[in-house]
Design a protein around this ligand. Structure first.
Ligand code: HEC
Ligand code: HEC
Ligand code: HEC
Ligand code: HEC
Length: 129
């Protein structure tokens, strides 16, 4: 009898473990970041809780990040929020259009530097879990 209870205990622990692991995997989706195009990642996915970030930074204009260009010119007020960065930015740069990693780095860091707020060091964004 004791033996069976022990096994039941182990079984429950495993179930709990799996549940917690998948919950924490889901919560990573708060970042919205679409990293599939990179293949195997060199760094942990960057911290970026989309809604919380934009609230704190008081960013109301979506097109600040979700931009639209036409013939190399920024189209004011038009947003590409329904598209991933990787839909336009390939891994390699195309002319003046930066490659995917550069696109993120340039957009994220330039604003943090300009506003003297927000992380600029590798480990502050790519936080080890
Ligand atoms: C302001 C935040 C920020 C900082 C600072 C930053 N990164 Fe990133 N980085 C990102 C984001 C966002 C992406 C794209 C999504 C992802 O992979 O996290 C990215 C992608 C990458 C990638 C491609 C994906 C991968 O893991 O293979 C590498 C490599 C990388 N960063 C390395 C660095 C290094 C090295 C530094 C410091 C010199 C750095 N990053 C600083 C935000 C940042
Ligand atoms: C600070 C930059 C920034 C601002 C401002 C911003 N976003 Fe985003 N948003 C991102 C990034 C980065 C992603 C991830 C895209 C990627 O990795 O391809 C994203 C993703 C999204 C997605 C895709 C979510 C998904 O899972 O498919 C939607 C929808 C979106 N944003 C809507 C908005 C709207 C609406 C606004 C304005 C109210 C807004 N965003 C403002 C940076 C921003
Ligand atoms: C609908 C297509 C499209 C989407 C989606 C898109 N971009 Fe771009 N982006 C472009 C084009 C085209 C250029 C090049 C403009 C030029 O030739 O100078 C560009 C230029 C840039 C530049 C350099 C000029 C600048 O504005 O600072 C950065 C950085 C950048 N993109 C980051 C991003 C990030 C980060 C995302 C996702 C949140 C994103 N882009 C989504 C089309 C897109
Ligand atoms: C247009 C300006 C702007 C852009 C673009 C931007 N940020 Fe920020 N970010 C800020 C500001 C401002 C803060 C400081 C907010 C505060 O805490 O007061 C910040 C803070 C952060 C923080 C600290 C924690 C938090 O959520 O407050 C992280 C992480 C971060 N940004 C990641 C990113 C990444 C990754 C990108 C690119 C995908 C990005 N940011 C693009 C303005 C920006």
């Amino acid at each position: 009898m004791r033996h069976i209870l022990y096994r039941y205990f182990i079984f429950c622990s495993v179930v709990l473990c799996v549940t917690f692991c998948s919950i924490s995997a889901f919560s990573q989706d708060d970042t919205y970041l679409k990293v599939d195009a990179f293949g195997e990642l060199e760094r942990p996915v960057s911290a970026f809780d989309h809604d919380e970030h934009n609230d704190k930074a008081a960013l109301e204009d979506c097109s600040v990040c979700h931009h639209v260009y036409e013939d190399g010119k920024l189209v004011e007020g038009e947003s590409s929020e329904d598209q991933a960065c990787a839909d336009c930015h390939t891994l390699k740069a195309q002319g003046s259009q930066p490659g995917l990693m550069m696109a993120y780095h340039q957009q994220c860091k330039s604003c943090h530097i300009e506003s003297k707020n927000g992380p600029v060091a590798c480990g502050e964004c790519h936080v080890k879990k």
